[in-house]
Design a protein around this ligand. Structure first.
Ligand code: AMP
Length: 297
């Protein structure tokens, strides 16, 4: 089993072609649903009493929700705007609401999860939660500018507590205060991460382990409408694939990265969660085959 912990949100997303208001989002939502195509996935998250029933129903179709806590107050809200190239996102508002003082606990049924993904979330909560699992084989975390700017030391401590970090290129530079991505990865490895995966948006990713560098291309697409959640979908697919194989070999990690690129590509083709919700397992396999043909030479 895989457990995913992180934000479950009501998002306002402003793209050049459409504005989505208070739609279901959050890093753990995208990651968990993406992972659910590979393995049974449990969610640990908090929402407020304002969280719509229909969103709850959507989550319940994909995820084990015994770890979802509903508390008095408002759900975490995120408001972000993309520029016309869809490659630059500006955060307009982050309202933590019930997430601010959340004291997460791991339900007994999840304690034996061997794979744990700490999606974007308060790094202090993430680092304390990981200690509650009984026998973690592979753990991975992500972070975002908001936490690097407000709790950098806690982000570094969180990195020490996991096996792998998945992070986007701009955030890796901001966090490590380096300009070169190899230097960024080395610094995160010196803090304790065994694997570092740096996401480069449409350009794919770089995976680092010891002295291995594994570059992988993004799945090339002509029509992209909303990149929200692509990184989370990438990470969810990667760790979901590893959990489904119960493997942490280097070759599985490389394959996991490829599944990450492919699920990320489904996420950006439609608005909000729609890309992930509408995909079928057969679509994923078809795209993996296409991807293999694209990169073979
Ligand atoms: P991504 O596009 O992969 O970076 O992820 C976007 C998702 O992250 C959105 O659905 C947001 O709800 C969520 N998010 C944005 N800011 C934060 C934050 N500071 N902490 C946790 N989750 C966040």
């Amino acid at each position: 089993m895989l457990t995913v912990f992180g934000s479950t949100a009501l998002d306002t997303i402003r793209t050049p072609t459409k504005i989505l208001k208070n739609v279901l989002g959050g890093a753990a939502t995208f990651a968990g649903i993406s992972a659910s195509y590979f393995v049974k996935t449990g969610l640990i998250a908090v929402v407020g009493k304002d969280f719509p029933k229909e969103h709850h129903n959507t989550l319940s179709k994909h995820l084990d929700l015994r770890g979802l806590s509903i508390q008095d107050g408002k759900t975490f809200r995120y408001d972000g705007k993309f520029d016309e190239t869809l490659s630059v996102r500006e955060t307009l508002k982050t309202e933590l609401n019930v997430l601010a003082n959340f004291k997460p606990t791991v339900p007994d049924e999840y304690k034996k999860s061997q794979f744990v993904y700490l999606a974007n979330n308060d790094p202090e909560q993430n680092a304390s939660l990981i200690k509650e699992f009984d026998k973690v084989k592979f753990s991975m975390c992500d972070t975002i500018e908001f936490w690097i700017s407000t709790k950098r030391d806690a982000v570094i401590k969180m990195i020490k507590s996991v096996d792998a970090v998945v992070i986007n290129d701009e955030e890796a530079k901001l966090l490590t205060k380096e300009h070169n991505l190899i230097k960024c990865a080395k610094k995160m490895m010196s803090w304790g991460a065994k694997y570092v995966i740096i996401k480069k948006g449409e350009h794919g990713s770089l995976m680092f382990f010891d002295d291995v560098i594994f570059p992988s291309a993004g799945f090339s697409l002509e029509d992209v409408v909303d990149p929200t959640g692509a990184g989370d979908s990438f990470a969810g697919a990667m760790i979901g694939y590893l959990a489904s194989k119960n493997s942490t070999s280097l070759s599985s990690i490389k394959k996991g990265v490829v599944y990450g690129n492919v699920l990320g590509s489904f996420a950006v083709e439609k608005y909000g969660l729609d890309g992930l919700l509408q995909v079928k397992k057969s679509d994923i396999l078809k795209r993996i085959k296409q991807y293999e043909r694209m990169i073979r030479f």
